[in-house]
Design a protein around this ligand. Structure first.
Ligand SMILES: [Zn+2]
Length: 115
């Protein structure tokens, strides 16, 4: 799974289809991610020291990552991510539609460098 925290993703299916947001947290074990503004629920809280007023708190629920797609800024579209080696042997993520680099995911390694 190539989606990471702080990526912008778009929901491609379900009730929040089309909603775009920032990834707040990724749970690789469960295959779920929490996305800002997606799958919002109200949590009702009793009065307590932390919440003297009590009331309803809005928070996001984790959503299945298969329902999300990376949102590419340069295509302005949800796209798939790929991984590839750069010339110096580092591993990077890229948009499979336009080929734009989305950031390194592993430092340069000589073994993978192009000669
Ligand atoms: Zn793109």
């Amino acid at each position: 799974m190539l989606i990471k925290t702080d990526d912008t993703v778009q929901v491609i299916t379900g009730a929040d289809r089309g909603v775009r947001g920032r990834v707040l947290k990724v749970d690789l074990e469960a295959g779920k991610a929490i996305v800002e503004g997606v799958a919002k629920v109200f949590k009702h809280v009793k009065r307590s020291q932390k919440h003297p007023q009590g009331g309803r708190l809005s928070r996001e629920m984790p959503v299945q990552m298969s329902n999300l797609q990376f949102y590419c800024e340069s295509c302005s579209k949800p796209t798939k991510l790929g991984a590839r080696f750069t010339d110096d042997g580092a591993k990077e993520r890229y948009c499979r539609k336009c080929g734009t680099t989305v950031g390194k995911i592993a430092p340069a390694k000589k073994a993978y460098a192009k000669k």
